[in-house]
Design a protein around this ligand. Sequence first.
Ligand code: PGA
Length: 251
Amino acid sequence: MRKKLVAGNWKMHGCLAENDQLLADVVDRLTGLSSDQFAVCVPYPYLFSVQNTLKDTNIAWGAQNLSQFEKGAYTGEVSAAMLKDFGCRYVIVGHSERRTLFNESNVVVAEKYSAAQHAGIVPILCVGESLKQRDDGITETIIAEQLAEVIQRAGVESLDSAVVAYEPIWAIGTGKTATPQQAEDVHAFIRKEIAKQNSSVADNLTILYGGSVKASNALELFAMPDIDGGLIGGASLVADEFVAICRALVH
Ligand code: PGA
């Protein structure tokens, strides 16, 4: 059975007081529901406090980015080992906001993916196309390229210790969700692409959908055969929404 996962991506939101309130609401309502299927990826400065809040709960935590370098003179960067120090189970790599706003190339994303795995952290590798790329009919080409760089660098078996998130850029934060069938088609493509190299890795890979997932559409998205959960942005900041999405996963 493939592992299912709902991971919140708080992005650059929150403060100590708000985070405490949000997590108190969420922890309380997810207690006893399921283990090993929920996570939140938080801004770096809150890792210490989130670790303390979540350590005896069924919610894992992680970060949203990391340095591709192990250590050294890289002012402002945070290494995989530092994230490990704070008990991070997951780290998002290659989010489209990092690819577009911070010019992260497929090569850099692949380096970050490897850095996470070397430290024993599960990378959540984001892939996805822009609206223009979709309209131009090159969605599959773009996603194949994003995957290829990682596979070339880390090997297809590395995906046994990773999660992939399909996040169409046009659906992120826009309120515009891919239809379950649109998402399913790309998830199935990702699995097929990986199966060309190793079918058991492909079968076991957890592939999340991200892009305006809400309480109102989670159930139908998660019902698709190749969608194993979600990477949740805006809705992960609202306790009612996030809890409902988590419940839709274990439904
Ligand atoms: P969204 O963001 O749920 O707010 O669309 C998803 C993401 O960027 O991971």
